[in-house]
Design a protein around this ligand. Structure first.
Ligand SMILES: NC(=O)c1ccc[n+]([C@@H]2O[C@H](COP(=O)([O-])OP(=O)(O)OC[C@H]3O[C@@H](n4cnc5c(N)ncnc54)[C@H](OP(=O)(O)O)[C@@H]3O)[C@@H](O)[C@H]2O)c1
Length: 266
């Protein structure tokens, strides 16, 4: 007699784990300020976490903190996520260590240097590689894993910057626009297979990425942002603007005619 669980059984098991304390969560870019704050909430809920980041010291510190905060299980892997060749083996190892996966949370990214990107194609290419090509590679593997099981949430941090290119950061914005469009298409493909794709679009948040920016002390608090992300993943939402007021703000910004927009200093 076969002991293999049917896709329906797997879906029900995962749905109940998402409500309870034992969700199995893979975090890519786990040392990011937003990811770390999100993981602290999951740890307090007793989740199992597999953390991937490229800085071993920071990663070890984050993992130790999450164990103290109550995570049921924490394992780690050091990886530069720009190395797409290693993605398949990294992800297979992570899912194996977690003995399954309910949520994959993609949080890594770089702001890059817009002024440099205007002069040096290599800088623009680096921004596109880290923010778009690497996530596309990760999501190709992860989406097929979830489709096979007819379950799972793929939660990915894009940005409001992807909603309209602006002169101050259009290389970064375009990389996130590509990511948001990819996620929209992926959702359209995998939703019917029982897989959720959540596009997270934060406005400016106080983290290491934005600490150097003027006015950054007024940016959103990372813990409040993390709380909204945890809730959106649990509710299996499709899209999250966070803080929520960025949804109407970006609606207005997207609809400003180019003849006006091109004269603005944004
Ligand atoms: N903060 C904001 O205002 C804001 C707004 C909208 C969207 N976002 C997005 O939110 C996500 C998290 O950003 P954050 O604000 O938390 O900034 P952060 O603290 O600077 O985190 C970025 C993380 O990405 C990691 N990373 C970059 N390139 C990597 C690579 N090749 N391999 C592995 N890890 C890599 C960094 O690792 P290292 O520490 O080793 O450099 C860092 O942990 C990013 O996707 C960002 O674009 C942020």
């Amino acid at each position: 007699m076969s002991t293999q669980a049917s896709p329906t059984t797997i879906t029900h098991e995962i749905a109940s784990r998402m409500k309870g304390p034992s969700a199995k969560i893979l975090v890519l870019g786990a040392t990011s300020g937003i990811a770390e704050a999100t993981c602290r909430i999951w740890a307090a809920q007793g989740a199992s976490l597999f953390l991937v980041a490229r800085n071993p010291e920071k990663l070890a510190a984050v993992a130790a903190d999450l164990r103290v905060r109550g995570a049921r299980f924490v394992d780690t892997a050091v990886a530069d996520l720009d190395d797409t060749e290693n993605h398949a083996s990294l992800l297979a190892h992570a899912v194996n260590a977690l003995t399954g996966m309910d949520v994959a949370y993609l949080a890594h990214g770089i702001l890059g240097d817009q002024a440099r990107a205007e002069q040096d194609f290599n800088q623009a290419a680096q921004i596109f590689h880290t923010n778009l090509i690497a996530p596309v590679s990760l999501l190709t593997w992860l989406s097929n894993y979830c489709v096979q099981r007819h379950a799972g949430v793929l939660a990915v941090i894009s940005s409001v910057a992807g909603d309209r290119g602006r002169k101050s950061n259009y290389a970064y914005g375009a990389s996130k626009a590509g990511l948001s469009a990819f996620l929209g298409g992926l959702r359209n493909r995998v939703d019917r297979e029982g897989v959720t794709v959540l596009t997270i679009k934060p406005g400016p948040v106080r983290t290491a990425m934005t600490g150097h920016m003027p006015g950054s002390q007024k940016f959103a608090d990372v813990n409040a942002v993390a709380k909204s992300i945890v809730a959106a993943i649990a509710a299996k939402k499709d899209n999250l603007y966070v803080p929520f007021q960025w949804q109407p703000i970006m609606f207005i910004i997207r609809n400003i005619p180019d003849r006006i927009f091109k004269k603005l200093n944004l």
